[in-house]
Design a protein around this ligand. Sequence first.
Ligand code: ADP
Ligand code: MG
Length: 212
Amino acid sequence: MITFEELGLEEQLVKATSDLGFVNPTAIQEKAIPALINGAKDLIGLAQTGTGKTAAFGLPLLQMIDKDQKFPQALVICPTRELCLQIVKEITAFKKYLPTVSVVAVYGGSSIGLQIKDLKRGVQIVVATPGRLIDLIERKAIHLEEIKYVIMDEADEMLNMGFQDDIEFILQNTPIREYTWLFSATMPNEIRRVTKKYMSDPMEITVGAVNT
Ligand code: ADP
Ligand code: MG
């Protein structure tokens, strides 16, 4: 079986996965991590819930961002507050040996003032639900001019919850977006349409059976 080291991850990240008790990468990690580290711009990753998709995008992202610059470079959008917190928790564990990296969660139903304060401290990675993110954009508390990476997690759930217009607004307002990664458990037609409109020649990785 392959190891995290063999996927091309830097030592600090390998050490963090090992501290978490991860021994071998899951199938989606084994395929997505080397592809992303080697520069795949647009990627669609399809795999069932519980197969380790957070690490599949989180580890390459941590390796690739500019760790010396303290402005938002990467945006992870996801459907719910719970998921937002879960992703931040996992990314925080992965960045254990990368002391200059900061990540912040922004989601509805919680003090926007505190989130604005967090953003002002300077962060590289913002994990957000679409509604709150747009609220912050409108208040000019965050700007997307320097976002290079946009990751859509649980894309099918976001569309089910009616976030399609918000997601398109966010994608349209990331002028220097270079990397667009989409993860989902299923691939309904509306997602196919979003990927056709906002991604160019995406690499597609499917693990197991995926329903449409
Ligand atoms: P998904 O997003 O596909 O639903 P998650 O990324 O939430 O899955 O991962 C599910 C669980 O598996 C989490 O508790 C995570 O820490 C754990 N996990 C992820 N990758 C590995 C791995 N390579 N080895 C062991 N556990 C892992
Ligand atoms: Mg997930």
